[in-house]
Design a protein around this ligand. Structure first.
Ligand code: HXC
Length: 510
């Protein structure tokens, strides 16, 4: 008996050592944690239960039959984050560079299946040289098996990817199909083909960081949602983030105790809107003053910052927040902001997370750049996403709601449940100046008449009451009572029932 136990201990020890101390030291020297150290930070202390520790690859080519490392480059299992179940896989770069073999892929698929069955999020910690080169097509098949699981899991369980090292070739497509991607600055990158191939094919000289580092993907491409300073920050952020999400689309949003009174009044919001309509203010302030304890987890803060998307809580329950940001491009809707918010709205809808929308939008961004790059199709994404969403939708227009953007931003017409406006709201087809220049074009050389007509247009439309008189706005509310009204609204909407007509799936303009 004691010999068997000793054998188990020996095998466990061998598996835990992965690719050996030398490679662990190399990992540390790059400022990276090992696969198991990462899980220690991500999960509640002592909660990790590993499975498939003794799985080995089945490759016999290129001398691989001589080289077997238990676990085969990925640590898999389950654990808890603040007491809630999650499934995890963590690629071990010290074992064949974390490369993906057939067996490695099978291990990932197994935890994904378990996550689906149990209704718990799956978190992947990616650190891999891509397909296990010695295995050839077997590893490509393994990737495709993971891709297929990602696709079927989409909208059923939350999928979060942390990119904590190389992620190249087809390996990027599994994270790309997950819901959110966090990257570690300076030590992680994602690209379909690396700098060497780029140089050969296009003659461009580019570093890994420029091509696919955290900065590139969180500013330019929007492939990633968050850039984190180091492994520890990324893992701690992932813990905070998972706390907002339900385990699956079968679950209610999580609820946690809060000492923040539901009816807290915020007098400062009564004066946040500047005297001049062209002066910006920070919409983050409105958001922070609305959610519990000012706790707001923003996604993609560095991409298309003219729209803000993220999670907060009201009365301890998660809400998704979408808000135009007057501080950036006056909060205009353009291609990038439409795409960013559309994906976020669809995530919330898939997982039953109510959507709160704060509106201060001067319209869609004009110009050949936008038109030629397809603002029609991309703007339609956000319109479509809001219109198909059946979760509770509460909208607060703080200032401008002009033109098509008024319709798009969770308006009454797109089945907004509660549409509120502050007294400072201006709801019109366009700003007064532009409107008068078009309607009274014949008088454009008469500045006095133009000024008078502009004033008349402002008096008529630079307020929420025309829309309210038509029932498009349910109530004009005091800014200081925004949190209170939203909390009351969310209570009422908890048992909301609304279903879209049966269909195989829709055809959102991709
Ligand atoms: C097998 C691999 C490997 C791989 C790395 N290793 N990548 N083994 N298959 N894909 C091994 C190395 O041989 C080495 O083994 C160890 O991992 C560490 O690698 P190093 O090169 O020493 O590390 P580093 O200098 O940090 O460079 C990391 C790297 C580089 C940039 C990832 O290893 C690299 O370029 N690897 C190949 C990447 C690649 O082309 N992959 C295939 C992509 S195509 P030892 O024993 O020396 O420690 C693809 C198709 C998928 O993925 C398609 C799906 C649809």
């Amino acid at each position: 008996m004691s010999a068997n136990i000793a054998e188990l201990e020996r095998r466990r020890e061998a598996a835990r050592l992965g690719g050996g101390q030398k490679r662990i030291d190399a990992q540390h020297s790059k400022g990276k944690l090992t696969a198991r150290e990462r899980l220690d930070v991500l999960l509640d202390a002592g909660s990790f239960e590993e499975i498939d520790m003794y799985v080995e690859h089945n490759c016999v080519d290129f001398g691989m039959d001589e080289s077997h490392i238990p676990g085969d480059g990925v640590v898999t299992g389950s654990g808890t984050i603040n007491g809630r179940l999650v499934y995890v896989f963590s690629q071990d770069f010290t074992v064949f560079g974390g490369s993906l073999s057939e067996r490695h892929a099978q291990k990932i698929c197994k935890v994904m299946d378990a996550a689906m069955k149990m209704g718990a999020p799956i978190i992947g910690l990616n650190d891999s040289g891509g397909a296990r080169i010695q295995e050839g097509v077997a590893s490509l098949g393994g990737y495709a098996d993971v891709f297929q699981k990602n696709i079927l899991a989409s909208g059923v369980i939350p999928q979060l990817s942390l990119i904590m090292g190389p992620c190249a070739g087809g390996a990027v497509y599994s994270p790309a199909m997950t819901d959110f991607i966090f990257m570690v600055e300076d030590s992680s990158y994602m690209f379909v083909t690396g700098p060497e191939v780029v140089k050969t094919v296009t003659n461009e000289v580019v570093t890994q960081e420029e091509l696919g580092g955290a900065s590139t993907h969180t500013t330019k491409t929007s492939v990633a949602d968050l850039a984190c300073e180091n492994d520890i920050t990324a893992l701690l952020q992932a813990r905070d983030f998972i706390d907002f999400l339900p385990g699956s689309n079968r679950d209610e949003v999580p609820e946690r105790p809060t000492s923040d009174p539901w009816d807290r009044l915020e007098d400062s919001l009564d004066t946040i809107i500047p005297a001049s309509a062209n002066q910006p203010y920070d919409m983050h302030e409105v958001i922070r003053k609305t959610v519990d304890e000012g706790d707001f987890f923003e996604v993609q803060p560095r991409h298309a910052a003219n729209i803000i998307c993220g999670f907060g809580r009201v009365e301890g329950r998660t809400v998704g927040i979408v808000a135009n940001q007057p501080m950036v491009l006056a909060g205009v809707l353009d291609i990038n902001s439409s795409k960013k918010a559309a994906r976020f709205v669809r995530f919330c809808d898939a997982f039953g997370i109510p959507i709160i929308t704060f509106v201060d939008v001067p319209g869609f961004l004009p110009g050949t750049d936008q038109e030629h790059n397809g603002i029609i199709k991309h703007g339609a994404k956000l319109l479509f996403a809001y219109g198909e969403a059946t979760v509770p939708k509460i909208t607060v227009i703080t200032r401008k709601a002009y033109g098509g953007a008024y319709d798009v931003m969770a308006s009454k017409h797109l089945r907004g449940d509660l549409n509120y406006a502050w007294p400072t709201a201006e709801i019109a087809v366009m700003g007064a100046k532009g409107a008068v220049e078009i309607i009274f074009r014949q008088d454009r050389d008469d500045p006095e008449k133009i000024a008078a007509k502009t004033k008349e247009y402002e008096d008529r439309f630079a307020n929420p009451f025309v829309a309210a008189s038509k029932g498009f706005i349910d109530e004009v509310i005091m800014p200081h009572s925004t949190r209170r009204r939203i909390a009351l609204g969310l209570r009422k909407l908890r048992n909301k029932e609304l279903e879209n007509p049966w269909k195989k799936h829709d055809n959102i303009p991709l």
